[in-house]
Every structure is written in structure tokens, then in C-alpha cells.
Design a protein around this ligand. Structure first.
Ligand SMILES: [Zn+2]
Ligand SMILES: [Zn+2]
Length: 266
């Protein structure tokens, strides 16, 4: 059975400082889910836990009182609207969620590819594909050795332009298949979800080959995938479903490839 696009687990609302669309409220996000007949959606605003010590300076407005200000989320009898977050690892690979806070979220997305945040996720600016490739691998390896509830952890946008803007494909090309197999075998073993966020519509064949390679390898390793628009505005929500369907087709995904987010918060 073909993978059904019935969810979106990576969505921002106005609580994220990088969201500049005042209409991106929980209510309008629920309406997006209704329009697309989704069964589950998850709000994942940027979060750095104020209880986690970091040598980097994180935005105060992304602490727990801000991200949790959206609660309670509006619900629909056919849709579960979950409460999650998107967090980072700082340049010392410290994760932005403390153990005590794991239970406060239904889902925790870790962005290992926010490599554009010099002084935060990486100590100095990344300027070459080789540096970007190194950190792509290094962050994932450091995430996977942590003691985390991986059944409710998602790994965000692995092929995002945040890796190295227009040279992102060059950076990803430098990572050998064998290294990716090692990483995704471990993701599969731990049960972490792999996010499908790559925009395949209108991509040329070269880009497709490079940007879909990690997902094909992850699929072969037995990883499970979830859909995540990473929408910060209404116009991004509007095109999300069409892109989900396209990437499902291109990766030939089945329902058995789906990451089932069954854990809840306490
Ligand atoms: Zn992100
Ligand atoms: Zn995001």
C-alpha cells in the first residue's frame, strides 16, 4: 500500500521568531490539516530549553514559556494536533532539550543541519563544501550516541539549503555512501524518524540524484519517514501536500515506511 500523506509533523507558528506571517496561528494550521484531510499534525516551534547550559547564546523567546504559550492546541474530531518542538545542537554538540523536558512534548525534532548558524550550531562560519560535509556527518553521529527517547525524535530536513546555500549539493556529494549507510543503519536501529522535507517538484535530474540519495539509503536501511513541511507561512502550507505526494512517488514509499508517532507527552 502506497504511503498516505495524512500528516505534517514539522510546522511553525508565530511563536517562532523567524515566522513573519501573523496569520500562521494554530487555528489556521488546523484548517490546513482539515483541508488536506490529515489525521495528525504537530506544531514544532524553535526551542532552546533555558535549563540547558550552552556556550552559545540562544534566543530567549524560544524558551519553554514561549513555545508552550500555544497550549492548549485547537482540536478536531478527525485530527490530532500534537505539541512538539524543533531544537538544535550547539557547537559543543549539547542538545537544546533537557531530560526533564522530554515528557513535555509529543515530538522533538532535532535539526542537525542548521549549519548556517555560526556561533550557535557551529563555532565559526562554514565556507567550504568539505567543512559542511564534515559537520553533516559529525552532528548526526553525535546525536545518535546520546541517550534519548528516539521513538519520539525526528531528524529534520537532512538536505536543506541551510547546509551551504547554493553549494549544498556539492557538500552532500562529498559524503560517501558507506558513511550514510552507517548513520542510517543506526537511525533505523534507534527508531528515530527521518523527515521528508525535500522539495522535489521542479528539480532537475542532477539535483534529484544528489538530494534524494540520503533518503534512498535511509529507506534501504529500514528507516521510517515522516512528512514535514517546515512551513513558516500560509503560502508554504498551501503547497505542502502537493510536494509530499511528489516525494512519496519519487522515493516509492509504502505505508510500512511510515514513522508512526504514537508516543505522547505526560
Ligand atoms: Zn529547521
Ligand atoms: Zn523548522
Amino acid at each position: 500500500m502506497r504511503y498516505i500523506a495524512d500528516h505534517d509533523f514539522h510546522i511553525h507558528s508565530t511563536v517562532s521568531r523567524c515566522c513573519h506571517d501573523a496569520t500562521q496561528t494554530p487555528q489556521s494550521i488546523l484548517e490546513y490539516a482539515q483541508k488536506n484531510s490529515f489525521r495528525k499534525i504537530c506544531l514544532t516551534n524553535h526551542f532552546w530549553d533555558e535549563n540547558v547550559k550552552s556556550e552559545a547564546q540562544w534566543i530567549e523567546e524560544h524558551n519553554f514559556s514561549f513555545v508552550s504559550s500555544v497550549l492548549p492546541l485547537p482540536q478536531d474530531k478527525n485530527i490530532r494536533f500534537l505539541f512538539g518542538c524543533e531544537t538544535d545542537m550547539d557547537f559543543n554538540n549539547v542538545l537544546g532539550v533537557s531530560k526533564e523536558r522530554f515528557d513535555c512534548f509529543d515530538f522533538i525534532i532535532v535539526a542537525t543541519t542548521h549549519l548556517h548558524l555560526a556561533g550557535h550550531t557551529v563555532s565559526t562560519e562554514i565556507t567550504t563544501p568539505a567543512q559542511a560535509a564534515f559537520h553533516w556527518v559529525d552532528k548526526l553521529k553525535n546525536l545518535l550516541i546520546k541517550d534519548l527517547p528516539f521513538h519520539k525524535i525526528g531528524i529534520a530536513h537532512l538536505t536543506t539549503g541551510h547546509i551551504l546555500k547554493s553549494r549544498t549539493t556539492e557538500a552532500l556529494s562529498l559524503i560517501p555512501d558507506a558513511v550514510m549507510y552507517d548513520i542510517f543503519n543506526e537511525c533505523a536501529r534507534k527508531g528515530a524518524g527521518i523527515e521528508l522535507n525535500v522539495k522535489t517538484i521542479n528539480m532537475n535530474d542532477d539535483e534529484k540524484e544528489i538530494l534524494l540519495r540520503p533518503y534512498f539509503i535511509a529507506k534501504e536501511c529500514g528507516c521510517r519517514f515522516y512528512l514535514g513541511s517546515d512551513a513558516h507561512k500560509a503560502s508554504a502550507l498551501a503547497g505542502a501536500k502537493e510536494n509530499f505526494e511528489d516525494v512519496i512517488d519519487k522515493l516509492n514509499l509504502k505505508e510500512s515506511d511510515k514513522f508512526l508517532l504514537t508516543a505522547g507527552r505526560k
